[in-house]
Design a protein around this ligand. Structure first.
Ligand SMILES: [Zn+2]
Ligand SMILES: [Zn+2]
Length: 154
């Protein structure tokens, strides 16, 4: 073995190590990137689940599954998650209440809220119904014609 071959050997060894270590670094960065991505995914899914459900069991289940089966579970989660967030639900319920408010009836005497089918006011005992002169059926005093036979009442 002469000196040249030893130097060559060292060079190639060094080259190998350098190549290997840079390869190692790429792997490390890639893993680090994956880890960040994974953590971000877990956080995103956790926030999303909390926004969409009040159930602690649902939150815990979603988060645990997402930690162990990150991408696979994310796809399933996107399919099964509640379609509306709690905020959406709140606004939709509010809107629905506003729309149905017009359908609410009030006692003509004391203005307590009553249902359409109430025969008497639950608060002041006022009779809320009138009996049709023609067909003898009961209907609300607010109606000017009998909804059953069309007879005029006012
Ligand atoms: Zn009343
Ligand atoms: Zn009638």
């Amino acid at each position: 073995m002469n000196l040249d071959s030893i130097i060559n050997f060292i060079w190639s060894l060094q080259e190998f190590v350098t190549l290997n270590s840079s390869f190692d670094t790429i792997i490390k960065w890639f893993l680090l990137y994956l880890a960040f991505f994974w953590v971000a995914l877990v956080i995103w899914v956790a926030k999303d689940a909390i926004a969409r459900s009040n159930s602690i069991i649902f939150h815990v289940l979603v988060i645990i599954l997402n930690i162990f089966l990150p991408v696979f579970w994310l796809m399933i989660y996107l399919l099964i998650r509640p379609s509306r967030t709690l905020l959406d639900k709140y606004y939709e319920d509010l809107e629905f209440q506003a729309l149905t408010w017009h359908d609410k009836k009030f006692c003509l005497k004391c203005h307590a809220m009553v249902e359409d089918w109430f025969k008497f006011c639950w608060k002041c005992w006022e009779n809320l119904m009138q009996t049709c002169k023609k067909c003898k059926k009961d209907f609300s005093k607010e109606y000017e014609i009998c909804p059953f036979c069309g007879e005029k009442h006012k």
